[in-house]
Design a protein around this ligand. Structure first.
Ligand code: UTP
Length: 474
């Protein structure tokens, strides 16, 4: 017997109609009971008011007061920045920051957040990107390489580090199963928490109508990495972290196996400078490189997306003749927990951005449409929109070869081959500080359980004879 709640159907239909989405219920009577229930479930989760508002207003690229092009004109060089150390004084300052960060880890004040809800469309493999076997010798997954860093830090500092993994409807089940099948990579399962992010429907770019995947199914996408704030708030994670005495959140993305998870130097600098948000940047390889860049606008650190810079902008220089837009965003952050929670609950939280994409869908006559041109608008929130909302933001420059090479594409730049080459080069560089490394094409890999950075190899005894073939140090 159907458990359909008729008054609720009427209410949702009314809401849908008021928001210009009445087509959702056009085929209601032809749906099976299961399809009807599924449609109701999805409609209940929709914020019709928000959708209408976004559609009517359009979505600003940055904020309503300032068109993106205008922002680039107002950009100035960053002032609160720590560059990669060049002098012995700077090396000493980073050492002091490292000691401070290590104390924070020892005191149990840090949690690690991994965002892994993206659909990984450019990489184009089935399943969550975090499961991709990127280890050049071990075939370890991205999840394993990141989780084992948390495990190594836990052992080193004698404190459990809460590890929060944000998933989405696209990655949730497979990620849970993967962690369970790999025994949580040695972590205490109680210290691993999965948060499921929210969704936003894809809409027709001409009409604003939600696109359908099937007779009772809407096309839904994860609501962007900025959906983290809502996920932390609605899951109660913010409150739990507060109760656990956590005040610093180390944020990273699933695609970068070179990341130094919970880097003590970064944590220490953040703490010493009373920052609310710290961002790691790398120097762009060329002015044209397609990366979001950090800059200062009206005294506030912000990101400008590469698509918002003209060919002329990217070559602009400062009075000293340096490139103005040099600081490429790595999406590695430390957040002050309290600040992030305040932003999460504020009425005007992060804005939505709009992406115009090709989306196959079921049309009103029940035909499956594969578009030849971009037909749909998707809405996403971005984590870097936190930047304009904080007063005290620290930017930290790091060496790209050491910390940044994200897996994005199936071929070419940031493909598996490119990322593995970067991993091997870094391992060889670390090893060359301890021994003579043979000139061979065989891959080499260093497990995070052996070394989190080059200094950890100081205790390592190099082999008397270098093995033939691939070499995994663990
Ligand atoms: P990207 O923006 O590179 O997206 O995500 P993606 O899903 O990995 O790949 P494409 O664009 O579909 O090819 C950067 C990071 O943000 C996470 C991703 O999992 C990745 O760690 N992310 C992205 C989310 O957690 N949720 C989202 O809604 C989007």
């Amino acid at each position: 017997m159907s458990r359909i709640d008729l008054p609720q159907v009427a209410e949702l239909r009314q809401k849908a109609e008021a928001a210009g989405q009445s087509h959702l219920f056009d085929r209601w009577t032809q749906l099976s009971a299961a399809e009807q229930e599924s449609l109701l479930e999805q409609a209940r989760c929709l914020d019709f008011n928000l959708l209408s508002k976004l559609w009517k207003e359009g979505v600003p690229s940055f904020s309503s007061d300032s068109p993106a092009a205008n922002l680039a004109q107002r950009a100035r060089p960053l002032r609160q920045i720590v560059r990669t150390p060049r002098s012995s004084t700077e090396v000493q300052m980073q050492q002091e920051a490292r000691e401070c960060g290590e104390s924070l880890l020892r005191e149990g004040r840090v949690a690690v957040i991994l965002v892994a809800g993206g659909e990984g469309t450019r990489l184009g493999v089935a399943g969550p990107k975090g499961m991709y076997p990127i280890g050049p010798v071990s075939g370890s997954s991205l999840y394993q390489i990141l989780a084992e860093q948390v495990l190594a830090l836990t052992g080193r500092f004698g404190r459990k580090i809460p590890f929060l993994v944000m998933t989405s409807h696209a990655t949730d089940q497979a990620t849970h199963a993967f962690f369970a099948n790999h025994k949580w990579f040695g972590l205490d399962p109680d210290s691993v928490q999965f948060l499921r992010q929210g969704v936003m429907p894809a809409v027709d770019r001409e009409t604003g109508q939600i696109l359908m995947n099937g007779p009772g199914t809407l096309i839904m996408n994860p609501n962007g990495h900025g959906g983290l704030l809502e996920a932390l708030q609605s899951s109660g994670a913010f409150d739990r972290l507060e109760q656990q005495g956590i005040d610093l959140l180390f944020y990273h993305q699933v695609d970068n196996p070179l990341v130094h998870v919970a880097d003590p130097v970064m944590l220490g600098l953040h703490h010493q400078q009373h920052a609310q948000l710290t961002v790691k940047v790398v120097a762009k390889q060329t002015p044209e490189e397609k990366m979001g860049v950090l800059t200062e606008i009206d005294g506030q650190v912000r990101i400008i997306e590469y698509s918002d810079l003209t060919a002329e902008d990217v070559h602009r220089t400062t009075a000293e003749g340096d490139l103005l837009f040099w600081a490429g965003n790595t999406a590695i952050h430390v957040f002050d927990r309290n600040t992030l929670q305040q932003i999460a609950v504020a009425e005007e939280s992060l804005p939505y951005h709009r992406a115009i994409k090709k989306v196959s869908h079921l049309d009103g006559s029940g035909n499956w449409v594969v578009p030849t041109a971009e037909n749909a608008t998707k809405y996403e929130r971005f984590i870097f929109d936190v930047l304009p909302l904080v007063r005290n933001c620290l930017v930290m420059e790091v060496d790209r070869d050491e910390e940044f090479c994200p897996l994005k594409n199936s071929v070419g730049e940031f493909s598996p081959e490119h990322v593995q080459r970067a991993m091997i080069s870094r391992s060889l560089r670390w090893l060359s500080t301890r021994c003579e490394v043979p000139n061979s094409t065989d891959p080499v890999e260093i497990s995070p359980l052996l070394a989190l950075d080059v200094s950890d190899l100081a205790q390592w005894e190099p082999p008397t004879t270098w093995p033939n073939g691939p070499f995994l140090l663990k």
